[in-house]
Design a protein around this ligand. Structure first.
Ligand code: N01
Length: 539
């Protein structure tokens, strides 16, 4: 049966949940379509062992409700996946969100009906809903990427993909396990699997930089004091050049780099700056030097500090050298945050296999084969990443004006205005879309900022009697060019990472997130809104 609402939202992760909350405040009727059978998005799907957030729990949480932030108790500095999922469920219950979410609905198409100025959204399960607006809250890392390796179906044992992990968990006891991939997911999973499995073989094509999490339980007395300053912390997360990550100080302090540059410093001087960051743990490590992500010479010094850490932790010199990233600047791929990753390679039951030098030829019935040999295992774990940022959007048949598909509009890579709207697709928004800080930031900070901006825009439309909004073509062109220019002034494009689409064959190489920081980006969005939504056309 066809249903009609004001807004159709796709996805019930943190973005879709907050959107629903805000739309209700505006008095708009919304329906959220969600593929999974519960809320939580990425935290619903990514249940691999060791999965936890790499942003501080106290910052990776909603700020919109002071009552919520005061009442919810995070147990650890970096929360585990089950705890984050419980938090999502708690939010859904507390604000009674589930009654407007339809679970188990995978959207197959969203088509703009120009005559009626509304969107028709269809699911694979046969549900149809029409709405004046369609908002994509589909997440940036929600489409798993299978490796392009022959013979996956020939493997006779179970294959588990990190981002589609079975809800009942996997028992590795007494098993021989092979893991393909050494990104953030694998770096969290490997130490946990190694403790359980009889034998673990890690197939590494590209080593990654990882810093220790120094995760720890949060002390109740400390937490109570921190919460007295929660509002100030939230203000800090939203402003400045930072990415909106958290802080461990009770009262927030202005985060300024310790030094402008590491260029020209001796290794001892660099270590003197970086050692306290390493000891403190977390991705904040990269903010010790102001020019870490723009100056190759400075970046090289920071990378060398990390390589020396790896050499000092890993006992076998050849394994240590293999684990040292050498071909891309530190931070140009998302830095990993681990608990005991490098130490795991000192275990007798763990072996690192270099599949850059000796590539995987095929998966076989019992394991896999490289040019030089074969490796047997009982269980294969794939931690091979995602078709990031555009994957979920392009997997749906999205059609705007004159039947133009989003795939056609984005043939040469994603183009958007502010990562919020796309020319040719009226009344259509993307939360944390390409062209916004999104994956370079604390996602919760960016989600709230986008949703608040959209809510303000919809309120403006309701108040002014406008029924249609569309990103202007020229504004979009200029913004896309600006996003590229900002990226090209940094070392990010040298990472060859999923930020660029480089992990997906045939995907256009476009640096997708906006790299100027959440503070400047917020100011631009607010300025656009104040200036009558400059760059958007209303009808
Ligand atoms: O994926 P990745 P991920 N043969 O793309 C390898 C977020 N996240 O799921 O680099 C051999 O980083 C590939 O090798 P290479 C976070 O933003 C956050 O780990 O292409 N190897 C690489 O090693 C993160 O950045 C958290 O040479 C193959 C790996 O698979 C993002 O998600 C936790 C291969 C993929 O690494 C993605 O992380 C987890 C092949 N054919 C994830 N194909 C936290 O919050 C691929 N690989 C902590």
């Amino acid at each position: 049966m066809l249903k009609r609402v004001d807004v159709v939202v796709v996805g019930a992760g943190f973005a879709g949940m907050y959107l629903l909350y805000r739309l209700r405040q505006l008095g708009m009727k919304a329906e959220v379509l969600e593929m999974g059978d519960n809320v939580g998005g990425t935290w619903y799907w990514n249940r691999y062992p060791g999965a936890r957030c790499d942003a501080e729990s106290l910052a990776y949480s909603f700020s919109f409700s002071p009552e919520l932030e005061q009442s919810w108790q995070w147990s650890e500095r970096y929360a585990k996946q089950p705890e984050i999922l419980s938090y999502a469920e708690h939010v859904a219950d507390r604000f009674d969100l589930k009654k407007d979410i339809r679970f188990g609905q995978k959207v197959s198409s969203a088509v703009y009906d120009q005559g009626n100025n509304e969107w028709l959204v269809l699911t694979e399960q046969g549900h149809e809903v029409r709405g004046r607006f369609c908002i994509m809250a589909t997440g940036c890392l929600s489409v798993p990427q299978l490796p392009a390796i022959d013979g996956l179906s020939a493997f006779e044992g179970p294959i588990y993909q990190a981002s589609l992990w079975p809800h009942e968990g996997v028992d590795f006891t007494g098993k021989s396990v092979g893991v393909i991939g050494t990104g953030s997911s694998a770096i969290q999973a490997i130490p946990v699997i190694a403790q359980q499995a009889q034998r673990l073989q890690v197939f590494q094509r590209t080593p990654n930089y990882s810093v220790p999490a120094e995760n720890a339980p949060l002390d109740a007395a400390w937490l109570a004091q921190f919460k007295m300053h929660y509002r100030e912390h939230r203000r800090f997360h939203k402003q400045g050049l930072s990415s909106g990550f958290g802080d461990l100080e009770i009262a927030p302090v202005e985060r300024v780099p310790v030094a402008e540059t590491a260029e020209g410093m001796s290794p001892q001087e660099v270590a003197a700056v970086l050692e306290p960051y390493w000891q403190r743990g977390g991705a904040f490590f990269l903010s010790a030097f102001a020019d870490a992500l723009i100056n190759p010479a400075s970046n090289h010094q920071i990378a060398e500090f990390v390589r020396n850490k790896i050499r000092s932790i890993v006992q076998d010199a050849d394994t240590a050298e293999l684990l040292c990233p050498k071909n891309f600047p530190i931070g140009s791929k998302r830095i990993c945050v681990d608990t005991g990753y490098y130490e795991t390679f000192n275990r007798k039951n763990v072996q690192l296999v270099d599949v850059a030098k000796d590539p995987i030829k095929r998966v076989t019935a019992n394991g896999l084969q490289t040019d030089a040999g074969s490796f047997d295992f009982d269980i294969l774990v794939l931690a091979t990443g995602f078709d990031a940022m555009t994957g979920a959007l392009l997997n749906m048949d999205i059609r705007g004006k004159e039947g133009m598909t989003l795939a056609q509009a984005w043939q040469a890579g994603p183009r958007s205005y502010l990562g919020l709207g796309v020319h040719g697709f009226p009344n259509f928004f993307t939360v944390t879309g390409p062209g916004s800080p999104s994956v370079l930031s604390n996602m919760l900070v960016s989600i709230e900022q986008h949703v608040d901006w959209m809510a303000g825009c919809l309120q403006h439309m309701l108040g002014s009697g406008f029924r249609r909004i569309e990103a202007d073509r020229v504004a979009q062109q200029q913004w896309t060019q600006h996003v590229n220019e900002v990226a090209n002034a940094t070392l990010f494009p040298q990472g060859g990472s999923w930020y660029l689409g480089a992990n997906v064959a045939g995907k256009p190489r476009v640096f997708m997130p906006y790299a100027a920081g959440v503070g400047p980006y917020r100011e631009i969005c607010e300025d656009v809104a104040k200036d009558n939504y400059r760059g958007f056309a209303f009808t």
